[in-house]
Design a protein around this ligand. Structure first.
Ligand SMILES: [Zn+2]
Length: 375
């Protein structure tokens, strides 16, 4: 039997740490062995922890609903944009199709795709959503009955479930999911402030962690006498996804959320299969959509998913005035905390060697997953 020692590699650059940016070096194998300040001959580039995308349907022509090979394709595409941990996300579809898609994700959960990211598990987005707040989800919403919840939990791969708390059986489903360690992400909901607050309390009482699915989108807005679900989520200890492609959320609305919840806000792409492809017609959950200048719309004009990548979201955040190290937390440290992944999300000794190397304009130069540079 031969035992191979993993080779030790070093990267030099401006290290993006949680509280500052430091010129230095990182030594690593598949995990980080040392993070050292170094002021000598530091190349003009940034080194960031690998990005974590909790909500992504597709990219480069592939969609999560199409099975394992398609997930490989979309995951590799997003890895080239800095995503080193990914949660392939289903879309509201007939129940048998949802279960089939989750079965495919279960096959590769916990693995790292060659030249791609680590697959942490699935985000089940739909069918447990409000038929009145579908957004771009096809009209196959279902109630989270105990039988359906049991079927999902038996597959063992769902890490996040999007759930509208006003649905029949929602209270029981919240308890079952939260007790099983699944993050309950409130969203695609018509619930008001009080109902959302009650759901947050139920998740907490079951020992769970609350999330919000694309905060502000597919939920009622904030008004003077109707604070709505967004206020309940922002004022609790919930984590919240944000699609910051500047189409779904205005830069000022992003800054508001970032100030209120700097440690609980997380960027997601919600990207669809057209991400990375030229403008033109595409398909989302079997529906015709059109991609034009970074926005995806249904024929009705309704926004439908995105063609965002996480590196672009980071550039948008910095352009909106958030310092780079604070913006970086939104795609690294915060989603890692949300998911309970203590082995990643920071440049720190002992963490996974997942890195994104970026030029001064924040374009991706290199991506490393568990100490291996991806092509
Ligand atoms: Zn989505």
């Amino acid at each position: 039997m031969t035992i191979t020692t993993p080779t030790r590699t070093e990267l030099k650059g401006h290290l993006v740490l949680p509280d500052r940016i430091m010129p230095g070096r990182i030594a690593f194998t598949d995990h980080i062995q040392a993070v050292m300040p170094d002021h000598a001959a530091i190349p003009d580039r940034y080194i960031l922890p690998g990005f974590i995308d909790c909500h992504v349907h597709g990219g480069n022509g592939a969609d999560t609903m199409d099975g394992v090979q398609a997930i490989h394709t979309l995951a590799r595409f997003h890895a080239r944009h800095g995503t080193t941990t990914i949660l392939p996300t289903t879309i509201t579809s007939p129940w048998s199709h949802v279960i089939e898609a989750l079965g495919a994700i279960a096959e590769i959960t916990g693995t790292t795709i060659p030249h791609g990211p680590n697959i942490h598990g699935a985000h089940l987005e739909g069918p447990f959503v409000s038929p009145h707040k579908l957004g771009a989800q096809p009209p196959h919403a279902l109630a989270p009955t105990p039988e359906r919840v049991a079927e999902v939990l038996a597959l063992g791969c769902v890490r996040i479930v999007t759930l509208a708390p006003e649905l029949p059986h929602a209270a029981d489903a919240i308890q079952l999911f939260a007790q099983a360690g699944v993050r309950v992400s409130l969203g695609h909901t018509a619930a008001g402030y009080e109902q959302t607050e009650r759901a947050i309390c139920q998740i907490c009482a079951a020992g769970g962690t609350t999330g919000a699915t694309h905060l502000f989108n597919a939920m009622p807005g904030i008004e003077s006498r109707k604070p709505g679900p967004a206020t309940a989520l922002m004022c609790s200890d919930a984590y919240a996804e944000l699609i910051f492609d500047t189409h779904h959320v205005h830069p000022a609305t992003f800054r508001l959320a970032q100030r209120v919840m700097p440690d609980r806000l997380l960027f997601v792409t919600d990207a669809m299969r057209a991400a990375g492809l030229p403008d033109g017609p595409s398909l989302l959950g079997g529906q015709q959509v059109v991609v034009e200048q970074g926005a995806v719309r249904l024929p009705s004009g309704h926004l439908a998913g995105s063609v965002l990548t996480l590196d672009a979201a980071l550039r948008n955040a910095v352009a909106a005035g958030v310092p780079l190290h604070q913006a970086t937390a939104l795609l690294t440290r915060n989603p890692a905390r949300y998911l309970g992944l203590e082995d990643r999300g920071r440049l720190h000794t002992g963490r996974r060697a997942d890195f994104v190397v970026m030029d001064p304009a924040l374009n991706v130069l290199e991506v490393w997953v568990a100490g291996q540079q991806i092509a």
